[in-house]
Write a protein that binds this ligand. Sequence first.
Ligand code: TYM
Length: 332
Amino acid sequence: MNRIFSGIQPTGNLHLGNYLGAIRNWVALQNAYECIFCIVDLHALTLPQDPDELRASTREVTAAYIAAGVDPERCIIFNQSMVSAHAELAWLLSCITPLGWLNRMTQFKEKAGKQRDLAGLGLYAYPVLMAADILGYKATHVPVGEDQKQHLELARDIAGAFNRRYERDFFPLPEPQIFGTGTRVMSLRDGTKKMSKSDPSDYSRINMTDDRDTVALKIRRAKTDPEPLPGTIEALEVRPEADNLVGIYAALADQSRETALQKFAGQNFSVFKEALTELSVATLGPIGGEMRRLVADPGHIDAVLRRGAERAAAIAEPILREVKDITGLLRP
Ligand code: TYM
């Protein structure tokens, strides 16, 4: 059986990278797989969060899933902390995860910064909780952006370590699904840096709830070079900012980079940026509007999450019980 698990942290505003790298692909996949989409609030706590903002952000991410077209009837949508199996399994898996594997994680190094001794244990153990998210449902496929690739490899390694330790084929090794032209959307201010929620510059990213004027302004200000758009992909690839904008256009238009580039080869950025603004607004505008409508009714969102958590627990709890039996823990 093919089962998808994926998730997003409720930290700050969702941006175009989250949409193109993850959510949009989920919408397409929900017809072909059993899908579980999580709002990973326990992961958010690995860095300090304001409690009210965390609650609001959890509801906003839920609204984004639904507004983008993830169907809460067909898929399971819930927030991680409502299903205690995630945290329990994370502990069990942490006991079979060598420190050496965690020491390789580049995201920890980036987020911990220079003062590594001050970073929390949760930030360090973050990828083990992510492995528990996935393995706790015996998920076979995980659609994410490129930045999650290393964490997914670790999840596979942990699944393999468990299977070897207890000499059985218990956890499937989850396959990453990293596809499309939007798997790595870069900052609008610096084509060598990933578009991210934590970038201090608002102009570095387009948020899913930005209005037309904001999108237009951010794209107008997006860093480019004075040359018009080139005619070949090879010439584009050595210009990271231009490459990123063409990549975004292609992803939004559901085209290859080549097709998108052909349309604008030889043209100035002013022309291309206007077309990119139109396309961004046409895609994100309706989603942002629907998000605002949904967020205005938190009672409805909370009901979706509660129902999702019941359905998620019905899958994860029996798997956790089996893990406990396998590992020799007595149960009630
Ligand atoms: P998070 O919350 O950082 O990002 C959510 C999703 O958005 C993708 N993404 C991007 N894709 C393209 N370009 C970008 N600039 C960009 N920025 C973010 C991410 O790859 C991700 O798919 N650890 C995960 C959350 C998580 C998870 C899981 C994911 C927890 N448990 C289990 C899958 C399965 C994270 O922090 O994603």
